[in-house]
Design a protein around this ligand. Structure first.
Ligand SMILES: [Zn+2]
Length: 456
């Protein structure tokens, strides 16, 4: 089989791997390039092959850097099935419709600022394009085989996100490749650890944190330290959070802190329609999560759901103590900004910044020490505490990646590192090649993965 990366090589977004054989051709993942403008512009380049010639797309998971290009592919003529685990199939509509909405907002913004080449500015895709993707989705449970031409596909659990899987591809000639997808961490509170990997001739492996180790601090303790002082003083805890996975992990940790008596049983609000929908999908697949289903049920039904804008405004008239989990984890928009305008003035309150804050976002400004933000056209000074909480990464660190790679009895003939910036990917390559019998290379976009020779 021939494998060519069409994205997700040398960068952490845009994952797409073209797998071709004598009979059959398909993509593993179909992700959007995200982040810097230079990357985002690549979403507009013509797709290197005619999408109608693809037999299928197999998804590792629902995150947009692995699935968000599907609306473009379908609009350009792709007609085959999109194979995904049942939870991924349920999360996909939530993530894709949000992506469609954001693309349309971006286009309107470009219009207002007058920097689009088109007038009116065109979105990369819209909500209708996103919806059409869903007609193609076919579910495949982990551990089951799916035949496609010369190929057989099998999925196994990868942790990381509800429904996330590694993709094992074998062909009639005895060749085999294992795509890791994004790998979760062994100590994730919400997701089980990745399953031990299959033996394969070729390993295509993520390297997001290939040069880093996570701190030993437990997420529960970190959250406790960030929010307890405010709750003690009757304050408001504001936690902007990514809606899928992160928000549910926070609810689980909040429940555990309450049950242990480490924080008082204050009202908790989930103020994000997207997070509420995602929470329902997590409840429907509770047996795929790490805690026992009774604890998942208790955690995810802990918050009062805030659906309408009116209810959200009413929250601003309430007094603490309370905890608000809202959308827009990097403060890029949404309801959290209204809460910040109201509750940011009080030094008893706290804003908890969970996880990565990208360049150019309000979250990043605050991490740099800025203590006022531009919100809805005015500068808003913040007197509340700002607490970064960098303990909830969904990715395995260097040690986790190395342990996963070495969990099968024999090293693969070649290991190709993807989904990593050049530094982390090359660090992981060297660490792998330190081991006898291992040959590794950093994959490059557009270049077929060629056989490697282990030097012993
Ligand atoms: Zn992911």
């Amino acid at each position: 089989m021939e494998i060519v990366p069409l994205g997700g090589a040398g960068t952490v977004t845009g994952s797409k791997f073209l797998v071709s054989g004598r009979r059959g051709r398909f993509l593993v993942d179909c992700g959007l390039f995200q982040g810097l403008k230079l990357l985002r512009e690549r979403n507009w380049a013509p797709f290197p092959i005619d999408p109608s010639e693809l037999d299928a797309v197999v998804l590792t998971h629902a995150h947009l850097d692995h699935s968000g290009y599907l609306p473009v592919l379908v609009r350009a003529g792709f007609r085959g099935p999109i194979v995904a685990t049942p939870p991924t199939a349920d999360l996909l509509p939530i993530l894709l419709s949000d992506a469609g909405r954001l693309q349309m907002e971006d286009a309107r913004w470009a219009d207002r600022k007058g920097f689009s080449k088109h007038s009116p500015a065109l979105p990369l895709f819209d909500e209708e394009d996103a919806e059409r993707v869903l007609d193609h989705v076919e579910v495949l449970s982990t551990g089951e085989d799916l035949g496609m031409g010369d190929f057989t596909i099998r999925l196994s659990g990868a942790g990381h996100l509800l429904g996330a899987a590694s993709v094992y591809v074998t062909d009639a000639g005895g060749d085999s490749t294992l795509f890791s997808g994004d790998l979760g961490r062994d100590d994730d509170p919400l997701h089980p650890p990745p399953e031990p990997r299959f033996e394969a001739r070729r390993l295509v492996m993520e390297a997001t944190y290939g040069d880093r180790s996570h701190s030993g601090e437990a997420a529960e303790d970190g959250l406790y330290g960030a929010i307890r002082p405010s709750l003690d003083r009757g304050g408001v805890v504001m936690i902007p959070s990514f809606a899928v996975g992160r928000a549910q992990t926070l609810l689980l940790l909040i429940l555990r802190l309450m049950r242990k008596g480490r924080i008082p049983r204050v009202p908790v609000f989930l103020n994000s329609p997207m997070a509420i929908r995602a929470t329902e999908v997590h409840l429907a697949h509770a047996s795929d999560l790490r805690p026992d289903p009774a604890e998942v049920e208790a955690a995810l039904s802990l918050p009062q759901q805030v659906l309408s804008v009116e209810e959200s405004k009413a929250l601003n008239r309430r007094r603490g103590p309370m905890i608000i989990v809202a959308g827009a984890g990097m403060l890029t928009g949404g309801r959290i900004l209204h809460h910040l305008k109201t509750f940011g003035k009080d030094r008893r309150n706290v804003l908890v910044l969970v996880g990565y804050q990208a360049e150019g976002t309000r979250g990043r400004e605050l991490l740099r020490g800025e203590r006022s933000l531009r919100i809805h056209g005015t500068r808003v000074p913040l007197d509340c505490r700002v607490e970064p909480l960098d303990l909830l990464s969904g990715h395995a660190d260097r040690e986790g990646l190395l342990a996963w790679a070495q969990a099968a009895p024999a090293p693969p003939a070649g290991t190709f590192l993807v989904h990593g910036e050049p530094g982390p990917a090359d660090h992981l390559r060297r660490r792998l090649e330190d081991r006898p019998g291992w040959a590794a290379a950093v994959a490059e976009e557009g270049r077929p993965l060629l056989d490697l020779d282990a030097e012993g």
